[in-house]
Design a protein around this ligand. Structure first.
Ligand code: KG4
Ligand code: ZN
Length: 366
């Protein structure tokens, strides 16, 4: 089945075309991404230190027709017919003015092309994004890598074993779920206040780093000493699967207030960034692994914008493999918001007969 997918939940407009085919015996579906285009608004929102919902809305309205036309052009150039059986669109969670732009655009397309429309949950998109095969790169040197990753992805798509623990970490969410299959899961816990990505963004702002702060902190942390400041590890030892990151963020604020010279030293910023990242990752890794042990998870899935953090990917991979569990994480680019993951989420919703209303739902859960 060919799916045209539209994503506009935050500051990335995404349009994608993918082919999804079911795998026998209840296995994971196999996805082929025909084209996946993302227009990021990061530069625009950077000036304001975060996403401005009405600006995001204006940009999506401007970007969607451009991306749609580009998608058709790119497919034509690759001699792939522009044909689809269904349209998937993100209905939530996210910024409602932004979500509405995608919904309205998708509804107009559904009418024009006389195709069924399915609502997709953005969080399910992140969750399923590990099933997306890595993108083809053009350089000759990477051919071997592509071949290897194709083999790995094929194995991924068919070999995910359950129960699995899923950690969704993004700018708006930090959620742990226990999965019995790709379509059946239980919510274990989430953050009580700030999401992990939000904490990265806010801490970065205190360090005078641009939005989005996650990649900036990660870059700086590489040269810093994580033991410089012992920031708190909120809720690390509490026997639940909830998180809290607002205290960690506040401790960065207090530290900077009490150490006015901290940012002037050569390595000052890098040390604080490294100490902050270590604290946030300690909690994320420890709680995920505790859930994995308690539920006897055979697999651990990491996804969402913060999952593009190499230190987190590396630490969680090492911890899960160290306990003989399988580890699944999407290719880095698919951790950030994109249309392809929405195509998969729409397909899975369609398979299990889940009909999300075509109404922006900012607080839609998983
Ligand atoms: O999934 P996403 O693109 O949007 C939401 O659905 O929220 O996630 C964006 C979040 C931002 O908070 C950003 O700072 C964070 O993901 N992020 C990172 C990294 N790259 C993006 N956080 C830590 N390290 C990174 N490398
Ligand atoms: Zn997202």
């Amino acid at each position: 089945m060919n799916i045209l997918a539209i994503e506009t939940s935050c500051d990335e407009s995404g349009v994608a075309l993918l082919t999804v085919s079911p795998v026998a015996h209840g296995g994971a579906p196999k996805a082929v991404v025909r084209e996946d285009l993302v227009a990021s608004q990061i530069k625009l929102h950077r000036e304001f230190g975060g996403v401005v919902p009405n600006l995001a809305k204006r940009e999506h309205i401007k970007n969607l027709p451009i991306l749609f036309a580009r998608l058709q052009r790119k497919l034509r150039a690759k001699k792939i017919p522009f044909k689809f059986d269904m349209i998937a669109v993100t209905v939530g969670p996210g910024l409602e003015p932004a979500l509405w732009t995608g919904i309205t655009f998708a509804q107009a397309l559904a009418k024009e092309y006389k195709k069924p429309l399915v609502g997709a949950n953005h969080l399910e998109g992140h969750l399923y994004s590990f099933l997306l095969p890595p993108r083809q790169q053009k350089t000759v040197n990477s051919k071997l890598q592509i071949a290897k990753s194709k083999i790995r992805t094929k194995a991924q798509a068919t070999k995910i074993a359950f129960p699995a623990i899923g950690l969704i970490v993004s700018g708006g969410h930090t959620i742990l779920i226990k999965m019995d299959s790709l379509v059946k899961w239980k919510h274990l816990g989430e953050t009580r206040d700030d999401a992990a990505g939000e904490a990265f963004d806010k801490a970065a702002r205190m360090l005078d780093l641009p939005y989005p702060g996650g990649p900036e902190i990660e870059r700086l942390a590489k040269t810093g000493d994580p033991h410089t400041v012992e920031f708190p590890r909120p809720m690390l030892h509490e026997k639940n699967y909830e998180f809290s990151f607002s205290g960690l963020k506040t401790s960065v604020l207090y530290y900077l207030r009490d150490h006015p010279d901290a940012l002037t030293g050569k390595k000052g910023k890098a040390d604080i960034a490294a100490s902050f990242q270590a604290a946030a990752l300690d909690v994320l890794v420890a709680k995920t692994m505790r859930a994995a042990r308690e539920y006897g998870a055979k697999s651990v899935i990491l996804c969402g914008g913060v999952a593009s953090n190499n230190a987190l990917r590396g630490r969680l991979r090492k911890a899960t493999h160290g306990e003989g569990r399988a580890f699944f994480v999407p290719e880095r680019r698919y951790n950030l918001d994109n249309g392809a993951m929405i195509g998969l989420a729409g397909y899975m919703a369609h398979l299990r007969g889940k009909r999300y209303p075509f109404k922006a739902n900012g607080n839609l859960g998983i």
